[in-house]
Design a protein around this ligand. Structure first.
Ligand code: LM5
Length: 450
């Protein structure tokens, strides 16, 4: 065991009200919006297929040229009330917006830099309008903040000299000032999503990030921070040098999910953040350059995350003029239609600790004791197999749509059952609600006491 002084300092998983709400939310909207949305991946007529928020680097644009994009950020179509309505209709319970991405441009009027919304033609505090619009429709608001700051002269990738050290001390003070400013100006904020913390300079700042987490949580009791914020004093990130998770939930699943049968992730809170194209967080004008995930692919990811105790954060990249692109409006509409019928299997749900079957995923709501089967694959066999511990029996199976009162069940062994499809419209993913009884207690399915 290594001696770790600046690692995890509160017990996990957190069971306070704020964290329980974060967990029950399950489905969130990520928003990447900044100066990068103006060129949208195209520079001097050339399309750069790399992630559009890195265009500055991929097109080798001088910082001064890039930074002058600020004078074009007039966002005539910005309509946070419409954004919030789209998000509400999609069925998200929380939103995480980039207050400052790696480019260093701040969406709020910060007193610690001029590279912010105040010095654009728009001038107004768009973050305040955003927070108010989403809060008004009951969506929890979180802030993404990139420690990595390409605009700030004191950013250092590593600390190799006294000059580096002095500069990075100024950068850390700037970072602390901006974060205190964010949680103070916008007290509605529920959580902070840190990014840009992979470089050696931050890995050498373990004590600083430990004390920063404590400071921010003192300023905003209940605040939730992701594991990506933290390194311990030995440079270990996300998990400290003894493998203990830091922050309040694990944020390593970026554009990837765990194996559907991975049981290790069930032991902690985690979140997967996902792009609709293969790899575009900021707005890119040309989505034909990569696979664009369908609403059904995205719904399956949401259900899988829920089945394994994770949250799913789906990314939108608003356009440079503040509008939401048609493809994203369509995704929000189709996911929303599915959620209107099936969200009972998502909100407040988590793992069912039942053996996963090929037809899809189990989720479980410990408040009502119901187990939900969300079916993505229709078995050629024609029947949906369920395997329970010997101590349990399957009492009832019904469609969440209540088209039929209950479905026919056939027990085929002490542990195995077939659910016989009848009048099931299985052209789209659908949900079957199971009532499982523990023979001994006569109660519904009980979560394993670990
Ligand atoms: C959540 C995502 N994290 C950012 C990211 O991938 N940064 C990695 C990166 C940072 C700097 C140069 C290349 C790649 C993306 O831009 C998104 O914000």
């Amino acid at each position: 065991k290594k001696d770790v002084e600046y690692g995890q300092y509160n017990g996990l998983p957190r069971q306070d009200q704020a964290m329980q709400k974060w967990r029950e939310n399950r489905f969130g909207q990520f928003i990447h919006w900044g100066l990068y949305a103006i060129p949208g991946g195209i520079w001097e007529g050339k399309t750069y297929p790399y992630a559009s928020e890195f265009l500055r680097g991929s097109a080798k644009i001088a910082t001064s040229t890039w930074d002058s994009l600020i004078y074009q950020f007039d966002i005539p179509k910005y309509n946070p009330k419409e954004w919030a309505a789209i998000a509400k209709n999609m069925g998200v319970k929380y939103v995480t917006i980039t207050t400052k991405h790696h480019e260093g441009f701040c969406l709020w009027p910060s007193e610690y830099t001029d590279f912010d919304i105040e010095n654009t033609p728009y001038k107004k505090d768009l973050l305040r309008e955003f927070v108010d619009a989403y809060t008004a429709v009951g969506i929890d608001v979180n802030f993404y903040y990139s420690v990595l700051d390409w605009h700030h002269p004191d950013w250092r990738y590593d600390i190799k000299s006294d000059e580096d050290r002095a500069a990075f001390e100024r950068l850390k003070q700037f970072t602390k000032n901006q974060l205190v400013e964010l949680v103070t100006r916008y007290p509605e904020v529920k959580g902070l999503w840190f990014d840009g913390t992979w470089d050696n300079s931050w890995k050498k700042s373990g004590q600083f990030s430990y004390e920063l987490e404590k400071l921010l949580k003192n300023k905003r009791p209940g605040l939730i921070v992701n594991s990506r914020m933290r390194a311990d004093e030995h440079g270990s990130r996300h998990f400290d040098s003894n493998g203990i998770l830091m922050g309040d939930y694990e944020s390593g699943y970026e554009r990837r999910l765990p194996n559907p049968t991975d049981k290790e992730v069930l032991t902690r809170d985690w979140e997967c953040c996902m792009t609709i194209p293969e790899n575009q967080w900021g707005y890119h004008k040309d989505w034909s350059i990569s696979h664009v995930k369908s609403p059904l692919e995205l719904i399956e990811m949401l259900v899988q995350c829920t089945s394994q105790n994770g949250n799913f954060l789906l990314n939108f990249g608003p356009m440079g003029n503040g509008d939401i692109r048609p493809e994203e409006r369509e995704v929000a509409k189709e996911i929303g239609e599915w959620m209107k019928v099936n969200s009972e299997a998502i909100y407040g749900c988590g793992p069912a600790d039942l053996e996963k079957q090929d037809w899809g995923y189990y989720t479980y709501n410990e408040k009502n004791g119901k187990v939900y089967m969300t079916v993505f694959n229709n078995p050629v066999l024609g029947k949906y197999k369920i395997r329970l511990p010997k101590s349990h029996t399957l009492k009832k199976a019904s469609l969440i749509t209540k088209q039929v009162e209950s479905l026919e069940i056939k027990q085929i062994s002490p542990t195995d059952y077939f659910i016989i499809p009848d009048k099931i419209n299985n052209k789209k993913p659908f949900v079957i609600i199971l009532e499982i009884v523990d023979r001994a207690s006569g109660k519904f399915h009980q979560k394993a006491l670990t």
